[in-house]
Ligand binder design. Structure first.
Ligand SMILES: C[S@@+](CC[C@H](N)C(=O)[O-])C[C@H]1O[C@@H](n2cnc3c(N)ncnc32)[C@H](O)[C@@H]1O
Length: 377
């Protein structure tokens, strides 16, 4: 990573200088060639670590620049406040990038911008490279490592949010991982353009979001934080109701190989794409995507330990689905993770039953409801 980012004080043997150091305008094509040469002999896990570190670095570039602007505006000509802030941030929010501390010493605005650009180019080069991986083992190793690295960062972000709450007077980087790992979609072949030309009947009342893709998938960071909190038991079952292109299933499938995952989805081409990737990655023994209209009255949702729902249904389908979850929740302890509109809908639906609203996370957009079955059930 250090060699690829390049910097004026990099050892002269480093060939990065030949394509321009951080102060110059970056020649993107030359840089991408360089990345390809550098990662040629990397093991998949090594490549995944670089992929996630670079994605993280790219996501912090903008907030760092903002903070630098704010602080140098308050004290023109004096970077010391920014450096104080940066060194604290390197120990706390940017600890996973601490190997770059020397490179960040009093960076100029153009250097920070260059890091951001180069990091994004590293991310997209690696995503492209994974598309040519031919063995299931390599692809699986890459995905598993990448999601594990993301999990570490998502946990760090969660801890930083708690710190921030407890120390509101302090300045934090205010970075967000919400969209930081979106390039993982390219690795997993989640191709939202498949929605193009998708036809929906005029009688269609479900919220199937033709063509909107990325914006209606849960972020990788949100899913990872949810996974930490839903208390999925060993060997348990996790069901995503309205699974889209399958992001949730991939996170659970790779990180919890002991568990069963089922994703039900209305739109068949999304199911097919998710199934294809699960097979390619070798996780299709415990990860299943099924084309199913959940409003269909002849279908009953099976028993599971955790249910996940991100804003999927029409009002009527919500009622039908909630009725079933409520019934299951009376028989056994379950967790229902809701995101978006599903939060309030579910809160109203369970009124009168013994459920606890355990955590509200993801900046208040996700709720975790836990059922407490009645003893006589
Ligand atoms: C907002 S997306 C969430 C995708 C995924 N769960 C996530 O969090 O990334 C909701 C999905 O629910 C699906 N959906 C809507 N109505 C449905 C129904 N009646 N049966 C099954 N899936 C449905 C939509 O097609 C869409 O892909």
């Amino acid at each position: 990573m250090i060699r690829l980012l390049g910097h004026g004080n990099v050892d002269s043997r480093d060939n990065v200088d030949s394509i321009g150091n951080a102060r110059d305008k970056i020649d993107a094509a030359a840089f991408v060639n360089l990345v390809e040469v550098q990662i040629k002999d990397f093991r998949p896990a090594e490549m995944a670590r670089l992929f996630i570190s670079a994605a993280f670095l790219a996501s912090v570039g903008r907030p760092l620049l903002d903070q630098q602007w704010l602080q140098t505006n308050e004290h023109p000509g004096d970077q010391s406040d920014f450096w104080d802030f940066l060194s604290k941030t390197m120990q706390r929010e940017l600890a996973p990038l601490s190997f770059l501390t020397d490179f960040f010493r009093s960076p100029t605005k153009s250097e920070l911008k260059a890091y951001e650009t180069k990091a994004s180019l590293i991310v997209s080069s690696i995503a492209t490279r994974t598309r040519t991986m031919t063995t299931q083992k390599d692809f699986h190793e890459f995905c598993l490592q990448a999601l594990g690295e993301m999990q570490t960062l998502a946990r760090l972000e969660s801890d930083v949010l708690t710190l921030r709450k407890n120390a509101p007077q302090e300045i934090f980087l205010a970075n967000s991982l919400y969209r930081a790992f979106d390039e993982m979609d390219r690795v997993l072949s989640l191709d939202y353009t498949l929605d193009e030309g998708m036809s929906t009947s005029p009688n269609q009342t479900e919220r199937i979001f033709a063509g909107t893709g990325l914006g209606v998938q849960s972020s990788y960071a949100s899913i990872l934080v949810a996974l930490d909190q839903v208390r999925l038991p060993q060997g348990g079952t996790f069901i995503d109701l309205g699974s889209g292109y399958g992001r949730v299933g991939f996170v659970i499938g790779f990180l919890r190989p002991d568990a069963q995952f089922i994703g039900y989805e209305y739109v068949p081409h999304r199911v097919q794409a998710a199934e294809d990737t699960a097979k390619r990655a070798g996780i299709s023994d415990h990860v299943h995507f099924i084309a199913q209209d959940l409003s269909d009255r002849s279908f009953r949702i099976p028993e599971a330990d955790v249910y996940y729902m991100y804003d999927p249904f029409s009002q009527e389908t919500y009622r039908y689905v909630f009725e079933q979850l409520r019934e299951i929740g009376r028989r056994k302890p379950i967790t229902v993770a809701t995101k978006g509109r599903a939060n309030d809908w579910f809160k109203n639906a369970i009124e009168g039953d013994l459920w606890s609203l355990d955590v509200t996370q993801d900046e208040g957009t996700m709720s975790l409801f836990r059922s407490q079955p009645s003893t006589e059930a």
